[in-house]
Design a protein. Structure first.
Length: 329
C-alpha cells in the first residue's frame, strides 16, 4: 500500500490533522486504529488495512475507551499504546453519578423518535442539551409516521425545540431513508444514533450500512399498548455507511440524567438565555425578582410558559446534579 493510498484510507476512517498533529516522531511506526466494537474485555477496530482485533495494555480496561476513538497500536500484535485526544465525546450521566461513554469523534447526532407516545418533548430537549454540551450538531429523525393519523403536529413540535434544528421525517425500512439523511454523511463523517428502544434505530443502521459489511443489527417490534420498545442493541458499534461515512449505534436510552450541561441548556433554550442579559440583576434566577426580562416575556406571551417550565425543571436538575455531594461518614 502506497503512502498516498494509506492516507486516503485513514481520511475515510475520520482521520484528520487534528489527530495527525498529536503523533510524536518516535510513534511513526505505530498503526492508527479507530475503535469499532467494544464488548466486555475485547475491542476491535478499523485500520488503513482493514478490521483488526486490538489487545489491551497492562492495567487498562475497555472502560477507558469509547467506540470512535483513535488509538495507536503495535503493527504486529495490535497492542494499544496510546489513545489520541478526542475531537468530541458523547457521554451520559448515570443515576449513580458515574459517566458512561457513548461515542467519540462524532460529527452529528441523530436523535431518533417516533410519531406516537414515544415522542416526549422534555426527553428530546435533554438529548439536544447533551449534544450541544459536547459541541455535536443535532438532527431530529422522526419515524413511524405511518402509524400516526397526522404527522404534521409532530414535525411542528420538533422544529420548535431549538433554533435551526433540522427535522427529517423518514421510514427507516425504506431505501430512500439513505437519500433523506445523506447530507450528514460523506468520507470520514461520523453520525451517532440515540433515542428510546423500538423507535427504529437498528433498522435505520441496517438501511444505511454498506452492503456486504456484515453489520446487520437485530431489530425488535414496539409494544402497541404503550409505544415502548425492547432493547435490541446491546453494545455500541461503528458501521460503514453506503456512499461514505460511519454510523454509530448504541443501546436505547429512556432516562437521561443531567449534570454539568449548563452550556448545552443555554444553547437549546437560546430565547431564554439571551433575555437573561436584560434582567436588572446580574444574578437573577428568573423566579421572583422584579424587573426580570424573562418573566416579563412569559407574561407577555413572548416565551411559551410550558417551555419556560421545562427549562426551569431542567435548569434546577442540572444545578443540583453539579453540586458537590455530601461525603458519607
Amino acid at each position: 500500500m502506497t503512502e498516498q493510498t494509506r492516507e486516503a484510507e485513514l481520511i475515510g476512517l475520520g482521520w484528520s490533522s487534528f489527530f495527525g498533529d498529536q503523533l510524536d516522531e518516535e510513534e511513526a511506526y505505530l498503526v492508527p486504529v479507530r475503535i469499532a466494537h467494544i464488548h466486555r474485555e475485547r475491542m476491535s477496530g478499523h485500520s488503513a488495512n482493514g478490521l483488526v482485533d486490538l489487545a489491551l495494555p497492562a492495567n487498562s480496561g475497555t472502560g477507558d475507551y469509547a467506540v470512535g476513538d483513535f488509538v495507536l497500536a503495535e503493527p504486529h500484535d495490535f497492542v494499544v499504546r496510546r489513545r489520541l485526544a478526542r475531537r468530541s465525546l458523547l457521554s451520559r450521566r448515570m443515576s449513580d453519578g458515574s459517566t458512561q461513554l457513548s461515542g467519540a469523534n462524532i460529527d452529528t447526532l441523530f436523535i431518533v423518535t417516533s410519531c406516537n407516545d414515544d415522542f416526549n418533548v422534555s426527553r428530546l430537549e435533554r438529548y439536544l442539551a447533551m449534544a450541544s454540551q459536547a459541541e455535536i450538531a443535532s438532527v431530529l429523525v422522526l419515524t413511524k409516521a405511518d402509524t400516526a393519523e397526522d404527522a404534521v403536529p409532530f414535525v411542528a413540535q420538533a422544529s420548535a425545540l431549538a433554533r435551526d434544528l433540522p427535522v427529517v421525517l423518514t421510514d427507516p425500512r425504506r431505501p430512500d431513508a439513505r437519500t433523506a439523511l445523506q447530507p450528514w454523511f460523506g468520507a470520514g463523517k461520523t453520525v451517532a444514533l440515540t433515542g428510546s428502544s423500538g423507535v427504529g434505530k437498528s433498522t435505520l443502521v441496517n438501511t444505511l450500512a454498506a452492503e456486504g459489511a456484515g453489520t446487520v443489527q437485530l431489530t425488535g417490534a414496539i409494544r402497541a399498548h404503550d409505544s415502548k420498545g425492547r432493547h435490541t442493541t446491546t453494545a455500541r458499534s461503528l458501521h460503514p455507511v453506503a456512499g461514505g461515512g460511519w454510523v454509530l449505534d448504541a443501546p436505547g436510552i429512556r432516562t437521561l440524567h443531567l449534570g454539568e450541561m449548563a452550556e448545552g441548556l443555554d444553547a437549546v433554550f437560546a430565547e431564554i438565555t439571551e433575555l437573561a442579559s436584560e434582567c436588572k440583576f446580574s444574578n437573577c434566577t428568573h423566579s421572583h425578582e422584579p424587573y426580570c426580562a424573562v418573566l416579563t416575556a412569559v407574561v407577555r406571551g413572548e416565551i411559551d410558559p410550558t417551555r419556560f417550565s421545562r427549562w426551569r425543571k431542567l435548569h434546577d436538575e442540572n444545578a443540583a446534579a453539579g453540586a458537590p455531594r455530601a461525603r458519607r461518614r
